[in-house]
Design a protein around this ligand. Structure first.
Ligand code: AMP
Length: 273
């Protein structure tokens, strides 16, 4: 595995590779969810590039940028063992200059749900993903459905800017008890971890209601909110794949989403139905 610490090293490393490039962008503290994306990229491409970059522009003031888990040594090992060809590990000065051109999230879909709770977050996400895609120039890039709104906006950006990359959506990987894997789960105490299970439980209930024929979004939301008590819920929402709010679930084109705080840790999860 080659470790490239800037775009010149990356270009040099990729110059020696042939065939299709599959790319998995991450912020590190790698877990089995990331591993699933890497495995898919490994299977479907000749060359696999993983980036690890904790992107400062997607964190709002007061968020967990400085304490975001950093596991350099373990992450390098995981990438090596997963058959990654090139690990792109840039620093902030290599990624950002002064007074830069930025990508802005769309006015409506960028400023609901995660965009309401974290205004400006998606500008940072889209800007860094644009930079990374231009640096790596992959044929395919892999993203998790766990960050559903992010995935939707990245797909939209690629379409809106006529970018030549295929965005591949990967299912959410969970612990056996249902908790969605997240780098932020390390912040949870064992009591909080138990409380956090209410999030996946509420989504399971939503799925069950839909399977029983209850498609009414408001009823589904109310049922979920009662399961989520006493967590501090930021939103429970029923949207379609383009992130428009739905009054009724449309099977095959619906995502039910939750964001809630467990203690001080903010967690998100969703189910696609
Ligand atoms: P992050 O390092 O949190 O920025 O995540 C990097 C990529 O991994 C993103 O595309 C995430 O959506 C994806 N990801 C994170 N957690 C999971 C999970 N539990 N299952 C599947 N993909 C995930």
């Amino acid at each position: 595995m080659i470790i490239a610490r800037n775009v010149l090293e990356l270009r040099k490393a990729l110059g020696a590779q042939i065939g299709s490039v599959g790319f998995v962008p991450t912020m590190g503290a790698l877990h089995i969810g990331h591993r699933t994306l890497i495995d898919a990229a490994r299977k479907e491409n000749d060359t696999v590039v993983v980036s690890i970059f904790v992107n400062p522009t997607q964190f709002l003031p007061g968020e967990d940028l400085s304490k975001y888990p950093r596991r350099e040594e373990a992450d390098f090992k995981i990438c090596e063992l997963s058959g990654v060809d090139v690990l792109f590990y840039p620093d902030v000065t290599g990624m950002y200059g002064e007074d830069e051109v930025r990508i802005c999230a769309p006015d409506v879909r960028g400023f609901i749900l995660e965009g309401t709770s974290r205004p400006g977050h998606f500008d940072g996400v889209l800007t860094v993903v644009m930079k990374l895609l231009n640096q790596v120039r992959p044929k395919r890039a892999y993203f998790g459905k766990k960050d559903a709104q992010q995935l939707s906006l990245i797909t939209q950006m690629v379409n809106n800017f006529f970018m030549d990359v295929e965005i591949i959506a990967m299912d959410t990987v969970r612990e056996s008890d249902g908790l969605a894997l997240s780098s932020r789960n390390v912040y949870l105490s064992s009591a909080e971890r138990q409380e956090a299970l209410k999030i996946s439980a509420s989504l399971k209930r939503a799925t069950k209601q839909v399977m029983q024929g209850n498609l009414n979004s408001e009823l589904i939301r109310q049922e979920m909110l009662s399961i989520l008590q006493p967590l501090e819920v930021e939103y429970v929402a029923v949207v379609n794949r383009s992130f428009r709010f739905l009054d009724e679930v449309v099977i095959g084109d619906t995502i039910v989403l939750v964001a809630a705080r467990v203690g001080t840790t903010r967690l998100i999860d969703n189910v696609w139905m």
